[in-house]
Write a protein of this length. Structure first.
Length: 487
């Protein structure tokens, strides 16, 4: 049995709409996609291997160009055949939800891996390791999963008409979208519909997950991100519906926000981040009955709210957020506005701890200055050789998403530390010389020394992004802000 026949059987056995009576029809549909020449043998009987073989077959038969873009589009078209229709998937999800929320998410998550929407093979390439710091064990990842952009596709996309469909990569219009040059294929993409605040939202998984069950919750309407009372209400409602998940929102301003500010969305999943383990070191009184509040021992300035009452919890979060929007303290470079431009917002994260709801509210300030043109509360220049990009939701919680370049660059740093021939880039030299002077480096420990120091740099990155520092001046400033909340 060749790979095409094996894939036909897999389609029939899958939870898609096809049955044995559809076997000839499915076979002919696949032939139409891959061509009628000789079929390439698959490496094994795994679904992804069968699709790989069929994509190679299509290239050999001249049905598609041998480019990353064409191959991705065809692979997802084939995987779409083993994926239930959106209506069927939604019915199955909510049927399973009646038994338990976790059963429903297990179903959706496993399906999204099986049909290769979640790119498990690519994700497996990522480098990750823990790093002990004064703020606990941080999580370091070097992101190698997202494919490099195809130069041919970039060039060709320049000449493609831009019709604004889908409006962005977070819109529901992406569900089942074929894809095109310069825009990802989404034939096998599915979205679970859910209600939040009386409006329809979508729940999907991230194709290139940064942590376990990395989820995205997206507004059905394409509108810019905003942090307000409805945000806090929505986050707590998601945690209520999916109590085994956390969920948080990126800030709604540039520099301190995420990479997609044009479409309202949140991120969540089944992962306990370092920040969630960090202790409260000072209890504070926000004057909201039924809510315990305190300052978290974390490099990013964070107030933790705990309550069984989601309305009271929301009231407390709004009180912090609205106070912070207009709060300034020149003594620590905190300014709410310059030249009429707003600089303050928050990054909120919600999760459950037993019967309690927890809402961590992280204070953010996106000012720039002559000394810090990338951001006063952003990674400063001396650590940008490791991390220059925005500190978004995931980093705020203690998981570094570092650029792919570091895999090879850090290996060269290691060679430099061992006085071996190397091609270390100049921007790492000052840091590497410091490592040399403060450590005894051997072939046995060089990797662990470099990894530990990367963790320390990431802790510094987070400290740079924290508006109130962990020193006497910063803690006094934080206390002044807390007092201002209650004025």
């Amino acid at each position: 049995m060749n790979s095409l026949d094996q894939f036909v059987l897999a389609v029939i056995k899958s939870p898609s709409q096809y049955t044995e009576l559809d076997q000839i029809y499915v076979h002919n549909r696949i032939l139409g996609l891959v061509g009628e020449g000789d079929v390439v043998a698959a490496a094994d009987e795994e679904l992804t291997s069968l699709v790989d073989a069929l994509v190679t077959t299509a290239c050999q038969n001249g049905k598609i160009e041998d480019t990353p873009s064409d191959k991705e589009i065809l692979a997802d078209q084939l995987m779409d055949m083993v994926t239930p229709l959106p209506s069927v998937l939604n019915q199955s999800f909510w049927d399973k939800y009646q038994a338990s929320p976790q059963m429903a998410t297990d179903y959706f998550f496993n399906l999204s891996k099986t049909n290769d929407y979640i790119k498990t093979r690519a994700i497996a390439k990522n480098v990750s390791f823990p790093a002990k710091t004064e703020f606990g064990d941080l999580e370091i990842t070097i992101n190698l999963s997202k494919p490099e952009k195809d130069p041919k596709a970039i060039a060709a996309a320049r000449n493609q008409p831009q019709d604004g469909y889908p409006l962005c990569q977070l819109c529901m219009q992406n569900e089942g979208y074929l894809g095109r040059l310069g825009y990802p294929s989404r034939s096998n993409h599915r979205i679970v519909r859910m209600m939040l605040g009386g409006e329809t939202w979508g729940f999907q998984y991230s194709p290139y997950a940064y942590f376990n069950e990395h989820s995205i919750f997206l507004d059905q309407v394409h509108r810019p991100m905003v942090i307000n009372r409805q945000t806090f209400t929505n986050l707590l409602e998601i945690v209520n519906q999916l109590p085994h998940y956390f969920v948080g929102s990126n800030a709604d301003l540039p520099i301190v926000g995420g990479s997609m500010l044009s479409h309202e969305h949140y991120q969540g999943g089944r992962h306990v981040f370092p920040m969630m383990k960090a202790p409260v070191v000072r209890a504070i009184d926000l004057g909201v009955e039924g809510v315990d509040a305190g300052i978290v021992k974390w490099p990013m300035s964070t107030i933790r709210l705990i309550s069984k009452d989601v309305v009271a919890l929301t009231d407390a979060a709004v009180k912090i957020h609205e106070s912070w929007i207009d709060y300034s303290d020149e003594s620590v470079d905190v300014r709410a506005y310059t030249d009429g431009v707003r600089h303050h917002t928050t990054t909120p994260i919600a999760y459950k701890d037993g019967e309690n709801y927890v809402l961590d509210v992280v204070l953010r300030d996106n000012q720039t200055s002559t000394e810090f043109p990338d951001g006063i509360f952003h990674p400063h220049q001396d650590v940008q050789h490791i991390k220059k990009e925005n500190i978004g939701l995931i980093e705020v919680m203690g998981r570094a998403i570092l650029p792919a370049r570091l895999k090879t660059e850090l290996a060269e740093v290691g060679k430099y530390l061992l006085d071996q021939p190397n091609q270390m880039v100049d921007m790492h030299k000052k840091w590497a010389d410091q490592l040399k002077s403060t450590n005894i480096i051997t072939t046995e420990n060089v990797e662990s020394v470099v990894n530990a120091e990367v963790g320390n740099v990431f802790a510094r990155v987070l400290a740079d992004a924290g508006v109130f520092k962990w020193d006497e001046t910063g803690e006094a400033a934080f206390d002044r802000f807390v007092a201002a909340i209650n004025e």
